[in-house]
Design a protein around this ligand. Sequence first.
Ligand code: NAP
Ligand code: MG
Length: 501
Amino acid sequence: MAAERAGGGGRARKVVPKSDHDFVTGTSYAPAPESSDHVKLAKNYDLFIGGKWVKAGKRMKTVNPATEKVLAEVGEAGAKEVDLAVKAARKAHDSVWGKMPGRERGKYLFRVARLLQERAREFAIIESMDGGKPIRESRDVDLPLVAAHFFYHAGWADKLEYAFPGRKPRPLGVAGQIIPWNFPLLMAAWKLAPALACGNTVVLKPAETTPLTALKLAGLFEEAEFPDGVVNIVTGGGATGQALVEHPGLDKIAFTGSTAVGKMIQRSLAKSGKRHTLELGGKAAHLIFEDAPINQAVEGIVNGIFFNQGHVCCAGSRLLVQEGVAEEVIRKLKRRMETLVVGDPLDKNTDIGAINSQEQLGRITKLVACGTEEGARCWQSGQQLPGRGYWFKPTLFTDCAQSHRVVQEEIFGPVLAIQTFRTTEEGIEKANNTPYGLSGGVWTDKGSKIFKVAGAMRAGVLWANTYNKFDPTSPFGGYKESGVGREGGVHGLGGYLELQE
Ligand code: NAP
Ligand code: MG
């Protein structure tokens, strides 16, 4: 196991412990950084509009959060550029893409899927450099899922009539799509693939801190010879997103991001006639019962909250553990947290990479301080954090009350709030007691308990004896303040179609 972990087939080197943390874990790994020599990044990137690279009036920098070094400058689209992009998308929809037979659209999407597979290594490295996530995740989770999304939806392009029997599916027209920084390329794939398969054209705005893989993806659309204007990528910050939402030339807004911005978007769309889907925040709970496979559950909890630095909307950020096993679970969890490798995202041994931005690090730090002030007990593992860049130690809170902010609010960092419960009913009630309802987890040996909990949890996705598993065939979305509509699977297609009788 150690040999596998120490760098893709390399040999693990037992090193003399240099810190208390090494004594606790007993091992540390020789560095195994992925080479970035073959990655080609330009100094500047323009906006991708109407099949051409268009200069924006303003530029902004994107940095590597692990080193604080500037990676590139990208355009900051204003209302004028957003307008150009929407007009290009409309023209492409009305003249080519909306009329194209599904089997032809499918061929373009298959081409992009294959190009993504061919270039997966380069894309994974850029994703880790721009966003801070460990290469093991961008390489083994994000990129395979991105390609799978394009393959899956390419397959639907000529079969939409079969997805909705007795109805005539028609594209909506032009979709404006806004995505966050936690899974930059995967969120782009979640948005683009179904929209394009259904015959819509798109204007996509990536997040300000992670624009690079979306711009690289624009290059693949060029390489796949998509007709001009079918996909337009406009980089920029919140103001660019707002200009897109407010543009009267769109038929649909698809947004993934925070609940606060989602609510603003919903207000601004009221009476506009535009369709919308919103994928928003979450505060998911794991329920661990006394009969659960405890070691497996501990691994699942670690994966659920420390995976991708806790920058996951469906992160299992609350743990509800049945009283009889609480002490054992917490003890094992702390021991496992000590063994997590925090550091260089490009090192294949790394479990927890860099926090995406200084702003996000500030938000996490503030909420964690608030947890202690409100009376919860904070525990952090003993890793040494790198000197430069944005980092946060794996953290857990015990002695939490339901009213604590660390229990109620989304922290979006590697921070777990732990509470206990006695009966199944109490566990379910506590799990549902948040404004969110995106996901949840249940850990038990008993199948009937899984069905009972799954039926009673007000959450869009529920994993049983596992966590954070994704598949393009499966719909994803939230209850309550976690969103409106579903993405993925047949349900997701419905969000991009007019279904005529
Ligand atoms: P965010 O601040 O809401 O930003 C999301 C996107 O919206 C970014 O591209 C952002 O631009 C843009 N934006 C900001 N203000 C806007 C405005 N007034 N109008 C239109 N667009 C605007 O969220 P975030 O901090 O990037 O992402 C984290 C959040 O996303 C978390 O709450 C997480 O739970 C949620 N999320 C949900 C899902 C899901 O499927 N439910 C998946 C992933 C993430 P800039 O960032 O460039 O300023
Ligand atoms: Mg960046």
